[in-house]
Design a binder for this molecule. Structure first.
Ligand code: ADP
Ligand code: MG
Length: 759
């Protein structure tokens, strides 16, 4: 038994528990006998070289061993694959047989249009049933250039089939002369006969994989061509699809008219007709989305369980105080969002809410309302921002607004990574002993040594800039505090369900009164001088402006260098004599603070910057932004950058300088000049770049989608949400045989769901 266990360990990917074959026939026993009877083999047994393991297994298979293969067996053991091809398949993320049969086609080719040879028109793809009659290699006038020519005929006539420089075709075709064959290719008239170059063909007596039906086209890679891959997938589907587990309970399958999983796998690869293919696709898309929605539904259920959070009470004077601290009339949307948030906070469950609002829609004061509510209940509130500039700015504006209370009982503290040791020590002490009511900071808020006294509310600004771990850590610093995440990245409506399916969402869909849309122009590099001439006129009138340097994605160092160069250049050329400042990510915290302060106060007229100003920076009376080489930025980034201006009711201007060479960059410039609506822009971005690329959703469950298309499969997405919510309500622990697969998948995917969630 002991030795048997060693062997199980020794054969990769075969957990002993899953398939222990009957001892008399099993490969493992066979191997065992072979190995342990042979002292040399004994030595190898303990070694870790996988190539040797592979060889051993191959060798054992060669000896006629009865290998128990299953869906988790590495593909290399599949007949016709082998270690070398397996390595190529790995590039397509295909490691096991399961991966192979869930490597779905990207499209299909209809090779089903059977025709008699006499009916073939010129220049069409055709499928013919017939026989090869003759074949020969013909030399051509060009040296080293061989033409293989065959005649292929059916009862109505014949066509000439040719291959260039594939000498081996001669032998291959000779072998099948006279046998019934199905042939597919592009027919063209040439010298009064029909010719088909390099067709695909298969014996009628064998399974047709590449011709004669709806043929799947797979994503391929170098060294893996479609025909061979198709053959291997076909073999795997034929032999192993029956091992595929049915992972949806029967009532769900019936309610949503879903095909059985096994049938879906077979028919997604080799459908008999389009309708069956669509049905198979529907089932698999449903599975994929359902898995995600199930995870999200489970989270929703956990979070909405009562008794697991702080039930804040309405503080006396709250409304009056709020009026005092906020210096303007709130928009209706802001009021609604505040109501929604406070309603969550008063319940005795943890709040898990997303506040979504376009740049400049006024999320900060909504956060302030929630924080005031929290601290008046005797708890601490923490606000985490992605950059030091932004944290500093929040600190200043919150302190300013709260000072309107005229009392000195609210203490706002700022915690950053770049702080002097003494200041940091003092701040930490205040946080620990509870003197600090509101703590604003960067990810410094989650450092080991920060101990909160009584953390009741966690707010994360521009949440997409943070990793999940960071977000979760801040939450863990308290005892089930309420969580509010804020984002200016307008997630298209199509995606909210997917990405934030487990959060409640509040949307600020209205701009503060008097806010005018930023006027956006697209200028070429040739017009650059004119642009700066225009800017100087504005500066002479006392206005302020940002200039954003071209995006360098490679590294922050290069980015800083680019900004410095642009800064030096502008100071010497177009903006000579004006007060120009520079800010980039490589600067020390204090340096950045000083520059931002100077820009805010008007000591600087122009701020040259990298995209560090992309998020949240709020200098109300800076009304112009010039973006150099604008085509290097994505749409969402451009929109965020543009959101820096026109914030105090003045008219904002945004100038995009770019020669926009590619079609796509032209389109981006056009969209920017056409609309100022963040949601519209996000939808366009989604269409242009696809969900995987979408800012802020990277790392979300979206990346893993193999077959579902978020834009196309909206309907199924809704259905899966409904089905998942229902199932979780009915069977919260996913108990029972029918839910076994779902339960296992859920456990496996827990990490993935963490990525989408905030907690
Ligand atoms: P964002 O949603 O991009 O974080 P901010 O919270 O920074 O936006 O607000 C943008 C600007 O609009 C700030 O200067 C803020 O003071 C101002 N603001 C917010 N709400 C209102 C309002 N209801 N009326 C007038 N100005 C407002
Ligand atoms: Mg903001």
């Amino acid at each position: 038994m002991h030795k048997f266990a060693i062997l199980c360990k020794f054969i990769p990917d075969h957990p002993p528990s899953s398939t222990v074959p009957p001892p008399s026939k099993s490969l493992k026993v066979l191997l065992f006998a072979q190995l342990f009877g042979n002292p040399w083999m004994k030595g190898i047994c303990g070694c870790k070289f996988s190539s040797k393991r592979v060889n051993l297994l191959t060798w054992a298979v060669g000896l006629g061993a009865d290998v128990t293969m299953d869906l988790n067996t590495p593909v290399q053991y599949l007949k016709g694959v082998g270690p070398r091809y397996a390595m190529l398949l790995e590039k397509l993320n295909i490691k096991t047989i399961r991966d192979l049969i869930t490597h779905y086609p990207i499209r299909y080719e209809d090779r089903n249009n059977f025709m008699s040879i006499s009916d073939i028109p010129s220049r069409t793809y055709v499928t013919i049933r017939g026989k090869f009659q003759t074949v020969e290699n013909v030399s051509t006038r060009r040296p080293n250039f061989i033409l293989t020519k065959a005649v292929f005929a059916d009862p109505t006539g014949g066509v000439v089939v040719t291959w260039f420089n594939q000498k081996f075709k001669l032998a291959e075709i000779t072998k099948i002369i006279g046998k019934p064959v199905i042939l597919y290719g592009f027919a063209e008239e040439s010298n009064f006969h029909i010719e088909i170059k390099s067709p695909k063909y298969e014996l009628e007596s064998e399974d047709q994989v590449n011709v004669g039906g709806i043929v799947p086209i797979y994503p391929c890679t170098e060294g893996v061509d479609g025909d061979r891959l198709r053959k291997i997938v076909h073999k795997a589907v034929k032999e192993y699809a029956n091992l595929i587990e049915e992972d949806l309970p029967k009532d769900i399958r019936e309610k949503y008219s879903l095909m059985a999983k096994r049938d879906a796998i077979v028919n997604i690869h080799f459908p008999s007709d389009n309708e069956t293919m669509e049905k198979a696709r529907r089932r698999l898309v449903f599975d994929e989305l359902f898995e995600i929605q199930l995870g999200l539904a489970e989270r929703r259920r956990i979070f909405s369980a009562p008794g697991k959070g702080i039930a804040f009470a309405f503080p006396p004077n709250y409304k009056k105080e709020l009026k005092e601290v906020i210096p303007f009339e709130l928009t209706e949307a802001q009021k609604r969002c505040i109501r929604e948030i406070l309603s969550d906070m008063t319940k005795n469950m943890s709040m898990n809410r997303l506040l979504q609002g376009d740049v400049g829609s006024g999320k900060t004061v909504v956060a302030l309302a929630a924080m005031l509510f929290c601290i008046r209940n005797g708890y601490q509130a923490a606000l985490m921002a992605p950059t030091e500039i932004l944290a500093g700015q929040h600190y200043i504006s919150l302190s300013n607004m709260l000072s309107n209370l005229g009392l000195f009982d609210v203490h706002v503290y700022l915690l950053k990574s770049s702080m002097r040791a003494a200041g940091r020590r003092e701040t930490l002490k205040a946080i620990e002993n509870g003197t600090a009511n509101i703590i604003v900071g960067t990810h410094a808020l989650i450092s080991e040594d920060v101990v909160y006294n009584k953390l009741g509310l966690v707010i994360i600004d521009e949440q997409h800039k943070f990793g999940v771990l960071q977000r979760g850590k801040l939450k863990d610093k308290g005892d089930r505090p309420d969580v509010l995440v804020m984002t200016a990245t307008p997630i298209p409506r199509t995606l909210t369900l997917m990405v934030y399916g487990d959060l409640s969402v509040s949307v600020i869909d209205e701009m503060p009164k008097g806010r005018k849309p930023v006027i956006t122009h697209h200028k070429t590099k040739e017009e650059r001088e004119k642009v700066y001439e225009g800017l100087k006129k504005l500066l002479n009138r006392g206005e302020k402006a940002y200039v954003v340097c071209p995006l360098v994605e490679e590294s922050e160092n290069l980015q800083a260098k680019a900004a410095t160069e642009l800064f030096e250049d502008l100071k010497e050329t177009y903006l000579a004599g004006y007060k120009v400042g520079l800010v980039h990510g490589k600067m020390k915290g204090e340096e950045k603070d000083a520059i931002m302060k100077a820009f805010r106060s008007g000591d600087l007229q122009v701020l040259v910057s990298t995209i560090v100003i992309e998020v949240g920076v709020d200098v109300p009376n800076a009304n112009t932004i010039i973006i150099e080489d604008a085509d290097r930025f994505g749409l969402s980034q451009l929109h965020q950058l543009r959101g820096r201006v026109g914030r105090d009711g003045g008219q904002g201007f945004c100038i995009l300088i770019s020669d926009a060479i590619t079609e796509e960059s032209k389109q981006r410039m056009e969209i920017m000049t056409k609309t100022c609506n963040g949601f519209e822009i996000a939808e366009e971005d989604l269409i242009m770049r696809g969900p995987g690329e979408f800012t802020g959703t990277r790392q979300s469950g979206l990346d893993g989608l193999k077959i579902a298309n978020i834009l196309k499969d909206q309907g199924i997405l809704e259905e899966t949400k409904e089905a998942a919510t229902e199932l979780v309500a009915k069977n919260p622990t996913l108990a029972g045989e029918e839910c076994l697969c779902l339960r296992n998948n859920l456990l496996k995917n827990l990490e993935k769901f963490n990525l989408v969630s905030i907690s």
